[in-house]
Structures are given as structure tokens and as C-alpha cells.
Design a protein around this ligand. Structure first.
Ligand code: TZP
Ligand code: MG
Length: 205
């Protein structure tokens, strides 16, 4: 999430409650209306990074490779319209996490060749958090990518809630990326726990 996704609550409190609930990774995705820029973004990123470090949770930055590099983030995530994954891998070296958004087996193959550690796939369901999101793709492509590349960690994204997460787990994902269902929850830590439970119910771990 980004600061703009936590309208009702201080975004740093939202992050801390999510960490408390047990999120395993955090990706800073500062975009769209009201997004922080410049030093305000850097300061916010540093505070998010500190919080993540205190919970030993990897801190990943979406798109902004320069910011990620400058503050020593644990990794970066890029989409198909950003710098190519191979360029990013060259820039960040082998010791940082590289995530790439893909929508097909071919894009997944290229992401692997380019050095991606994991791929993000979505939107699985309808979402209001991404203004330029493609139409909901369901889980079919996730299943196809998992079949072709069983070792590749896939993260499902887009409109995922504890109620609909089951089918995403069953498609073969290693994780779920969630903005609104967590950031807008009244009890954020409890909502994260509900997602963990969805994994146990979906695939028994
Ligand atoms: N990419 C595909 S959907 C999406 C991104 C970044 C937004 C996910 O947000 P939400 O609120 O969990 O649907
Ligand atoms: Mg991007």
C-alpha cells in the first residue's frame, strides 16, 4: 500500500497493525491522487522501512528503483510498463528481491529469464485500488503459470478478501498481495489473521 490507501487512519499505524497481525512482506506502492513525492516520500519510506525492520519483514518498493537503492530497501517490484526486469536486476544486483507483474505464461517465462524472484499476477478480482487495472482475470492464468513453472513463487493480487482467498490459494499462489481489504479493515491485525486462516483452509498450511 501507499499513504493514499489509508485515508481513515495514519498509514504508519495501519502498517504497524498489519505487521502486528503477521504480514510477511510489505510493498510500498505510492501512486495516484495525493501520492507523496520528493523528500516527503523518502521520509515516509524510511519510516515504513524502520517499522518493517523492527518486525523482520522485507520492505519492497514498487517502481521507484532509485528510492529503493538510496534507502537500501530489500527489493523492488516492477510492472510490464516499467524498466525491464533484466535492467532492474542489473542495477540492483543479486542480493535484492526482484518482483515482476505478469499476466501470462510468456511474460512469466521472460520474468524468470530476467532474474525475477517472484511474480505478481492479477487483478484476480475487481479492484478500485489500481486506476489502470486490466479486467479481472480470475485464477486461470495463475494455474497455467504454476503448471509451467512449479518452482516460481506467484503472488495473487486484486480484490482479494479472506472470503474469496480460498480459490486463489488453491490456484497455487505462494502469497496474496492485498491493499484495501487490509488497509480499510476496522481491526487490521484481526483481518491479517483472517487471511492467514484462509491459507490454512485453502491449502492446509
Ligand atoms: N495490481 C493489480 S490489482 C492491484 C494492483 C496493484 C491493486 C490491489 O489492491 P486491492 O485493494 O487489494 O484490490
Ligand atoms: Mg509499476
Amino acid at each position: 500500500m501507499g499513504s493514499q490507501n489509508s485515508a481513515a487512519k495514519d498509514p504508519l499505524s495501519t502498517l504497524e497493525e498489519a505487521l502486528e497481525g503477521g504480514i510477511t512482506h510489505f510493498q510500498l506502492r505510492e501512486k495516484g491522487k495525493g501520492a507523496l513525492t520528493g523528500t516527503a516520500l523518502r521520509d515516509f519510506a524510511l519510516r515504513c522501512q524502520q517499522l518493517c525492520q523492527s518486525y523482520s519483514v522485507p520492505f519492497i518498493i514498487n517502481d521507484d528503483i532509485e528510492l529503493a537503492w538510496n534507502i537500501g530497501a530489500d527489493g523492488v517490484h516492477v510492472g510490464q510498463d516499467d524498466e525491464t526486469a533484466s535492467q532492474v536486476r542489473q542495477l540492483i544486483g543479486d542480493n535484492k528481491v526482484l518482483g515482476v507483474s505478469v499476466h501470462s505464461v510468456d511474460e512469466a517465462r521472460l520474468a524468470i529469464q530476467d532474474g525475477a524472484d517472484y511474480v505478481g499476477m492479477g487483478p484476480v478480482f475487481g479492484t478500485t485500488s489500481k486506476t489502470d487495472a486490466k479486467k479481472p482475470a480470475g485464477v486461470e492464468e495463475i494455474i497455467a503459470v504454476k503448471r509451467e513453472f512449479p518452482q516460481l513463487p506467484i503472488v495473487g493480487i486484486g480484490g482479494i478478501t479472506p472470503e474469496n482467498a480460498n480459490q486463489v490459494w488453491k490456484a497455487g499462489v505462494s502469497g496474496l498481495a492485498v491493499i484495501s481489504a487490509i488497509a480499510n479493515a476496522i481491526d487490521i491485525a484481526k483481518q491479517v489473521e483472517a487471511f492467514q486462516l484462509s491459507c490454512k483452509e485453502g491449502i492446509g498450511r
